[in-house]
Design a protein around this ligand. Structure first.
Ligand code: SAH
Length: 403
């Protein structure tokens, strides 16, 4: 008989340079490559590692992935990330949404973000709930390797309420790794279906749509825009599936123009207007570039929503992005009549709230308009920001009353 000794799996360790552990001690969830002194053990992308101070003492646990962010930390307590660990993590995320009144037996809203990456202590993990389907997008290899445990944790926490879990990580993971995977149902099966948001119905195509299928982060801002919409001539620029358009029509807007460069988005918008039984004669959808539309548009809009995709995905692109926001907003303002309202947004994480504000000031100067700031908007509470990770704040909006 051959005796096989039991070998405890060796903990892989990332040792930080002296004086480079302060950020982790303040619970910042990223370890940058420049802070790493050495690595103990053979590490591969996606491995779970313990991060230690230069003297070897434990600091945190996370997923290793070569790159400028070398470790994404999901625990600051030494523990084994077994099934119970992920059950508890997802459980806390769900509990928080229950506090928000979003999870469990909601009548008018049954879609929300359950896991917002660093904001929920889950770097690299996004989970959106669309009624009885969870859509998961992993942004790190390590999180994707936990998929089976995350899937089970979702089922354990939701009980029988969840009918399907769709892994849509192929487009969010690093390209090399993503080549080997495909989007698929990891539990149950479903087909894209309708969801409710504040009583409005939206067809969400999580399989073929953008991101996880719907821009949940604009829920509160859509509702606010609806409040200003009665009797107004409205333009919803960058409409995607028509969220703002549906709220505006529902509130009794005089007319709504929805513009998106994507034909698929325009089809979704039209389907959603129809699904809510809204008057089709008050809605026009245009599959075209927003700048082109604005150049030839009327200048008597009374309510305008400008919600472009992120213009800057990295710091290098920030300057260019700011110029883009300025041009877009100056042109948008010129198409709004005196006494009209502009809802304008940026979801570029690298463009801070202050920088966005200054950019809109520059746009107002360029367009020669006086304006009052009515509201300063951000992302909703189901997209939380960890107090130790201000980088998690990405959505900003300004509502202006234009003279
Ligand atoms: N406001 C939307 C989300 C907008 S997402 C909501 O509440 O759901 C940004 C949208 O801008 C995407 O649908 C994308 O197709 C569209 N887009 C990107 N560039 C564009 C351009 N140059 N002109 C028009 N639409 C554009």
């Amino acid at each position: 008989m051959v005796f096989i000794p039991y070998l405890a799996p060796m903990t892989k360790k990332v040792i930080l340079k002296a004086k480079r552990s302060a950020a982790v001690e303040r619970f910042h969830p990223w370890v940058f490559s420049g802070a790493v002194k050495n690595i103990e053990g053979e590490v591969q992308d996606g491995d779970i590692v313990e991060v230690c101070k230069a003297d070897g003492s434990y600091l945190a646990t996370g997923h290793y992935q070569e790159g400028s962010i070398t470790v994404r930390l999901f625990s600051f307590q030494q523990s084994t990330p077994d099934q119970g660990f992920w059950d508890a993590k997802i459980g806390r995320a769900l509990q928080y949404r229950r506090h928000l009144g979003l999870a469990g037996g909601q009548h008018s809203t049954n879609c929300f973000r359950l896991a917002h990456a660093e904001g929920d202590g889950l770097p690299g993990l996004i989970i959106d709930i669309y009624n009885k389907t969870a859509v998961v997008q992993c942004h790190s290899i390590g999180m994707h390797r936990e998929m089976e445990k995350i899937s089970r944790a979702l089922q354990n926490n939701f009980g029988g309420h969840l009918e399907a879990i769709y892994d849509k990580s192929a487009e969010t993971l690093p390209r090399q790794y993503a080549l080997g995977i495909e989007n698929r149902y990891v539990f149950g099966a479903g087909s894209p279906g309708p969801v409710l948001e504040y009583g409005n119905t939206f067809q969400v195509d999580w399989e073929a749509g953008q991101k996880t299928g719907f821009f949940l982060d604009q829920r509160e801002n859509r509702r606010l825009a609806g409040q200003y919409a009665p009797d107004k001539k409205v333009l919803n620029a960058f409409c995607y599936s028509g969220g703002f358009s549906v709220y505006a029509l529902q509130a009794g807007a005089h007319s709504v123009d929805s513009v998106d460069v994507s034909k698929k988005a325009i089809e979704l918008t039209e389907a959603n207007v129809q699904l809510n039984g809204l008057p089709p004669e008050r809605h026009r959808a245009h599959a075209m570039d927003v700048m082109d539309f604005l150049r030839s548009a009327d200048n008597d809009y009374e309510l305008m929503i400008v919600d472009p995709p992120a213009f800057a995905k990295s710091l290098k692109k920030r300057h260019q992005a700011v110029q883009g926001y300025k041009r877009l907003n100056a042109l948008a303002m010129s198409r709004i009549q005196p006494g009209g309202i502009l809802f304008t947004f940026s979801c570029s994480q690298v463009v801070s709230q202050q920088l966005f504000y200054d950019t809109i000031v520059a746009a107002a100067l360029e367009s020669g308009r006086q304006a009052r700031v009515m509201h300063q908007l951000s992302q909703p509470a189901d997209h939380p920001v960890s107090i130790f990770h201000s980088e998690g704040s990405y959505l900003k909006g300004l509502v202006l009353y234009l003279e």
